[in-house]
Design a protein around this ligand. Sequence first.
Ligand code: AMP
Length: 467
Amino acid sequence: MTFEALGLHTSVLKALTEAGYTKPTAVQAQAVPAAIEGRDLMVSSQTGSGKTAAFMLPALHKFASAAEQQPVAAGKTPNQEAQSARSRGDRPRFKAAQPKMLVLTPTRELALQVTNATDKYGSHMKRVKAVSILGGMPYPKQMQLLAKNPEILVATPGRLIDHMESGKIDFSQLQILVLDEADRMLDMGFIDDIEKIVDATPESRQTMLFSATLDGVVGNMAKRITKNPLVIQIAGSATKHENISQRVHFVDDLSHKNRLLDHLLRDVTMDQAVVFTATKRDADTIADRLNIAGFAAAALHGDMHQGARNRTLDGMRRGQVRVLVATDVAARGIDVPAITHVFNYDLPKFPEDYVHRIGRTGRAGRNGIAVSLVNHSEGVNVKRIERFTKQLIPVDVIEGFEPKRSASASRPNNKPGGWKPGDNRGNASKPGQRTFSKPGAPRKDGGGFSKGPRSGEGGARRTYSDR
Ligand code: AMP
């Protein structure tokens, strides 16, 4: 299968060649032709599968084809109209932006990534402009962007609603609505905002919804907002993360964990790494400690200003930052190809976050390594992750860093989420060294899954403010 065979416009094909893409990924091969036909889509696919291009390429194709058929009348942009009004001595009026496409994303980082990808895929199109409307960005800057009347808006829900309510955006001309990582937007408590935004768009729109899962609440919402959708489920290696070598190291205490992390970060095959922590404070503390230990480390979390977050991510992309120490929400959507390793310093609160975390490495067909540093009492949480991913995570032990407590797993079988005593669990370097304490044993480093509602970063629902 080639991109030409998908029927894409030549200007899009040219950009893809420049991007070095030779063939469509599985989700692109299925989604692009149906989206070009104008069908609504409900797609279950993971980050790293090429989903951004799956919705953006057909949209750009549509805009490029329409521009050819109907050269735009020599109209003025809202900005130009405001200037003419000023020169006529009229009171300038702000005319609401009328985008043709809206992409909703859960986080600012993902929105910026989608906007950058759009610039790349649309680099040979003259009239298409994509802008990000995000919380944390100064309002005057956003007003300037909206005054250019961009064709494509990529936005986080909260800030978008602010602009809609103050009359800065008019969706009457909207043709395409995309919900990217819809499950995550619902987890973050954006359901009411999403419904409000969807209600403000025309019935005639094309709707494409992308989500890690199409079950439960997200599936119901998807059915409500789409019309006769094509349902695409991508269960390929990208979903199973077959290109990512996963392992668990058991640790006795924090000092053992820190020594092991330092040792693993000195791996000569490591290019760049993300270390995930449970709290923002830990992200700062560990980044400071690693810097003192001689690693080029930086923290990334939701308490940092957007400017600082962007600078850190730029440093990561340019290779100046080698180790990013991050919380879940801040790290979502990071797409840096040189990330070879992901470390779970703390296990995530929810098993699905594990999948998103390890998806920061092994992107676009590369290989990656994902290592979880696990307290003895957290064996049960590893088991939950295994049940969720339906994969065993091998336990590894490094000479000189062996945990004091020995393996005492009493797992009924060898299905994911259960170990047989003595089973060698894939690529563990010293099979049989499995260390589990009895359920309920006291924890030393406060890890553990939460059964309550997802908390974003540290507590109440939607603590991550995107306004
Ligand atoms: P996404 O799932 O959209 O975040 O994309 C993951 C990564 O795959 C990004 O770095 C894209 O640039 C890259 N990518 C997307 N489609 C292709 C393709 N057809 N060939 C090669 N790389 C791709």
